[in-house]
Design a binder for this molecule. Structure first.
Ligand code: SAH
Ligand code: SF4
Length: 371
């Protein structure tokens, strides 16, 4: 078959379905409230609904006129917590139900340093079109894009339930369900809202978008403002192996992906992250480590390799790597001048770790679990 014909049929070439229904008020910027004829200052309304520290049930600090205007013109509901699973390691997996009954997952991971800091892992789509062989979400296929209001809503629901309130203590990673660059418009709108000085004001240095390597999306995001930091999931070191694990590689191969990263306009002290899931017996040899270092080339200086042990799940037969393989892989990368971290996967016991986020669909028997 002509390869181009095959490419035309790939699911990520088609826009994902969008949600019908009313616009969420959490997806609206201050100037848009004003332009839409709000009976008050757009910035005031935005600040009251976006800042967790201003939140009071029913928004009593907004005038009755504004509250009625919002209720008449927007969907004012946040995603609901359908299930909440506290892990032994301190992280919490939240299953959130959206207005149309679809469910997504977000993972709240406190890092106890001197102050309570939290990394929040959020979803960008219901399901995912990319079909990576090792990923539980990938087995679902794509159901729909999240709207910006739903992405922001996820963050606000998680922060209202589990904290913290303040922007300096929050790190956001788009590493939950979905391929964020397959939903770039809504993901970027959400980032504009979450980064807005009148709202949560989360710095772009603390927002990371992780992609499986949708090159056109990387090239568009590179020139959008505000621009989050970028992580790319490489996960293999030859085109043959990568195409087998990640179908996206058949459209944009490793050389093309590397070219896009080389063209990323780095900001001051900005780092790229190369994520690499170590799958036992598949991509975890010292030769793989060497090829990974070769592929990175110049990027070895000043950027990060983040190794993730394969989290096993029922949807795939892949296994986690042997510890000796992980140690040898790390040692080889370090010897080749890479800066390497091994991710501590959080929430494994509640199926909240990378690649384990599978729950979706309309579930009539959702229950409140252990928090
Ligand atoms: N779709 C984006 C972001 C969500 S996946 C992406 O692919 O980058 C977040 C990370 O989890 C990716 O680096 C992905 O490679 C990794 N991952 C997927 N399945 C995994 C599994 N079973 N075990 C460990 N990591 C996994
Ligand atoms: Fe989608 Fe990322 Fe899972 Fe691949 S690894 S199927 S891109 S969520």
């Amino acid at each position: 078959m002509d390869p181009m014909v095959e490419l035309d049929t790939q699911p990520w070439d088609r826009p994902a379905p969008e949600r019908a229904g009313r616009l969420s008020m959490y997806g609206v910027l201050p100037e848009e409230f004003t332009a839409m004829g709000a009976p008050g200052r757009g910035e005031h309304i935005f600040g009251m609904i976006q800042r967790p520290w201003e939140y009071r049930e029913g928004f009593p600090r907004l005038s009755r006129e504004i509250r009625e205007w919002l209720a008449a013109n927007f969907d004012t509901a946040l995603p609901e917590v359908a299930e909440c699973h506290a892990s032994e390691d301190g992280s919490t997996k939240l299953m959130l139900r959206l207005g149309d009954g679809e469910c997504i997952e977000a993972v709240h991971m406190p890092r106890v340093v001197r102050n309570p800091r939290v990394t929040l892992c959020v979803s960008s789509q219901v399901g995912c079109a990319m079909g990576c062989a090792f990923c539980a979400t990938g087995t679902l296929g794509i159901r729909r894009n999240l709207t910006a209001g739903e992405i922001v809503g996820q963050v606000l629901t998680a922060l209202r339930k589990l904290g913290p309130e303040r922007p300096h203590a929050i790190t956001l990673v788009f590493m939950g369900m979905g391929e964020p660059l397959h939903n770039l418009e809504q993901v970027h709108r959400a980032i504009r809202i979450l980064n807005h000085t009148k709202g949560l004001n989360i710095s772009t240095r603390r927002i990371t978008v992780s992609t499986s390597g949708l090159v056109p999306g990387i090239e568009r995001l590179a020139y959008l403002e505000p621009r989050p930091w970028l992580a790319v999931s490489l996960n293999a070191t030859t085109d043959e192996a990568r195409s087998a694990l990640m179908p996206v590689n058949r459209a944009w191969n490793m050389a093309r992906l590397r070219q896009a990263l080389g063209a990323w306009p780095l900001g001051d002290r900005e780092k790229l992250t190369i994520e690499y899931v170590l799958v036992g017996g598949e991509n975890d040899t010292p030769e793989d480590a060497d090829r990974l270092a070769d592929w990175m080339g110049e990027l070895r200086r000043g950027h990060n390799v983040n190794l993730i042990r394969m989290n096993e799940h029922e949807a795939a037969s892949f296994k986690e790597p042997a510890e000796a393989q992980v140690d040898a892989f790390v040692a080889r990368l370090k010897a080749r001048g890479c800066f390497v971290t091994v991710r501590k996967s959080r929430g494994r016991d509640v199926q909240g770790a990378c690649g384990q986020l599978v729950k979706n669909g309309k579930d009539s028997e959702l229950r409140s679990a252990n928090c």
